[in-house]
Ligand binder design. Sequence first.
Ligand code: 0O2
Length: 255
Amino acid sequence: MEHIEPNNQLNLFENNEAMQNVLMEQANEILDTLLDFKAIMMYYSAAIRRLRTKLEILNTEFEVKYQRNPISNIQSRLKSQVSIMEKLNRKGLPITKESIEENIHDIAGVRVICSYVDDIYRLADALVGQDDIELVVKKDYIVNPKPNGYRSLHLIVRLPVYFTDGTHYVTAEIQIRTIAMDFWASLEHQIKYKKKINNPEVVAGKLKQCADIISYTDIMMQNIRKEMDDEQAEDADLAEQLYEKLKRFDVTLGE
Ligand code: 0O2
């Protein structure tokens, strides 16, 4: 074994200690960054919970007033850290707390699935009309579908979330679409990420055709429902009207 003079041993020890300090400082910085990131994600997670509650309350209100749930299902997700990094990289943006908050608007994502197209707009208007919701961007892919046939109403909203250190304003993306539009989008999404597709143009053509059929069906279904609603309103005698009112008492208020 190599013999180290006592003086050199001391140097080595000091060097090791200095090295350890540098590593500890670096680890400290990395942990601070990660904790910053965790705090941001906590704000977005809180925003999702606030939005879900708002949507659930609107759903109950519609049920009490009109005996019909506009919302069939609510899904939500927090964008993964890897996806956030990928998106920033793709856009050539720096990976910092500020850059994330400024440029990525879909970290908090809420998808609302409705039965009918008119419910989508009624719900969107009711939500955006609330005092603490600011509409940042609205993309109406129902009126203006994407060339591939994608239909959905996208809202980027900004809302406050309250913590002990104050109020934080965060953005969230809300996608609102019908059950049929959602069915289409999930298949199209799966196909998009498939590595090998035989005849991609043929598949794209078929998907576009399905999207158009779905859009037609959505409108037909909505018209049938409206006709039924109108008939019911016109024909109901007093006994039926009383029965309809009594049914409202059965609505679960979500307490
Ligand atoms: P994921 O995995 O669903 O989150 P931006 O987000 O603003 O940078 P863009 O394209 O301007 O990008 O936003 P846009 O058009 O509002 O679309 C955002 C999201 O809508 C997508 O998120 C999808 O969820 C959905 N979407 C948009 N176009 C399509 C489509 O053609 N097919 C399907 N199936 N979904 C679509 P991400 O981040 O792409 O993916």
